[in-house]
Write a protein that binds this ligand. Sequence first.
Ligand code: TMP
Length: 236
Amino acid sequence: MAATKGAMLYEGKAKKLFETGDPDRVVQYFKDDATAFNAQKKGTIVEKGVVNNKVSETLFRLLEAGGVPTHFVERLDDREMLTKKVAIIPIEVVVRNVVAGSLAKRLGLKEGEAIAPPLIEFYYKDDALGDPLITDEHVRLMKLADPATVAQIKELALKINALLAPFFRERQMILVDFKLEFGRHKGAVILADEISPDTCRFWDQTTKESMDKDRFRKDLGKIEEAYREVLKRVCG
Ligand code: TMP
């Protein structure tokens, strides 16, 4: 019964959320719509929703097994998963193992340099402001999360990285960086949103080619092929 899809609660750039018969459960529907640069660039990646739903399922299961609480309940079909209803903490948490993307650009660092220990960054989740980089002090100023929650988020982010990085290494992929979102559920902080080629950078171990949304952001071509290859390596 809980999986009966009701009214749409929210439509984001890549997903829609629907009510269910259970006030503690929502259906997360994955679209093929792709955006970049705060939606200045728009497009479609055919079957992306299916890939992101299945890849997220596999990674959420892996993390749960490793002791990380997540919002994942079950995958319902190709494009939908049932999740716990959370109040999203408006912080995009980025974990970086290798210099790339905005880190390289902002600080003039060389793309491809290893980062050890991993770097954690916070971005304020606000489209109107373009998701600006913020520090713990801004989190405190804006009351986005209390210090204990910030500490918990950092600990979870590092634990998630420690579980995911070897998983991808075994699949001949380098987990360059990724973005996480956390939510509050019954007083606990749990991992929410998705973990997919939309929200991670993966480089092929051998060729160092991008196997993620950077192919869309940078017009590198073979986007669908890359997403299909990630699905194959992650879900078998
Ligand atoms: P960045 O280098 O552009 O800051 O991106 C860091 C990571 O966060 C990368 O794996 C892609 C992911 N990401 C999102 O999931 N959503 C976003 O809106 C942005 C800008 C990045």
